[in-house]
Ligand binder design. Structure first.
Ligand code: ADE
Length: 230
């Protein structure tokens, strides 16, 4: 069917994938999209920008341009107490930690009218688990778990503990659950893989930028592994 949609938040993360594309051509729209072939497979690469609205816009743009599925690769803050920088979380459940309708007795994290959480496509999730295990060396943990998203960079130990305790989240980032919500409305299969760049505490503001160059290589290696399998 259609090309595989690949999504990343920041230019520094997608530019290495983009440099691997053959016959790359930009596509006009609400977010920067580039079509091309990655190791012979048709792909649509979206650089969505940071945050939930940008992720939803990019999902919609990918759908409109015929993507058959969406794979998000990127970094996240560690929210699980046993996880550390360099470990990998593949999302098996997505929540929006900044949604708050508790004034109307909605549970925390629930967008009114939306499910309490979203699940990825099962096959894509298992493909990502396999790819991550192969791409990363054996010292890194590759785990499946809840990813909590919000329009907040988390750099506070109390806040990240709250997110972990409230949502059982293993990773915190700013796009995954918005892609999940949009993908559900678009009936678009999706999955998300995140390499942990920081601990989402007071050290996050220095660890996160320091990890980005490495992250770009991880994103590229994961993207190639995924298209080889789909
Ligand atoms: N992405 C990477 N690290 C993050 C953090 N600490 N908070 C939100 N998004 C992130």
């Amino acid at each position: 069917s259609g090309p595989i949609g690949l999504m990343g938040a920041m230019e520094s993360e997608v530019e290495l994938i983009q440099s691997c594309l053959v016959d790359a051509h930009p596509i006009e729209g609400p977010c920067p999209l580039v079509g091309g072939r990655l190791d012979g497979t048709d792909v649509l690469l979206a650089q969505c920008g940071v945050g939930k609205v940008n992720a939803a816009l990019a999902a919609s743009a990918l759908a409109q341009n015929g993507a058959s599925c969406i794979i998000f690769t990127g970094v996240a803050g560690a929210a699980g107490p046993d996880l550390d920088i360099g470990d990998v979380v593949v999302g098996n459940r997505f929540v929006q930690h900044d949604a708050d309708g508790t004034a109307f007795d909605d549970p925390i994290g629930v967008v009114p009218g939306e499910p309490r959480s979203w699940q990825p496509d099962e096959r894509l999730h298992s493909v990502l688990m396999g790819c991550a295990a192969r791409v990363f060396d054996a010292r890194r943990r590759v785990v499946s778990g809840t990813i909590a998203s919000g329009d907040q960079f988390i750099g506070d130990p109390a806040k990240v503990r709250w997110i972990h305790d409230t949502f059982d989240a293993l990773a915190v980032e700013m796009e995954g659950a918005a892609l999940a919500q949009a993908a559900s409305h678009l009936r678009m299969p999706f999955a998300v893989v995140r390499v942990l760049s920081d601990r989402a505490d007071g050290t996050a503001v220095t660890d996160f930028p320091a990890f980005l160059a490495q992250a770009a290589r991880h994103d590229r290696d994961l993207a190639r592994a995924v298209v080889a399998e789909l």
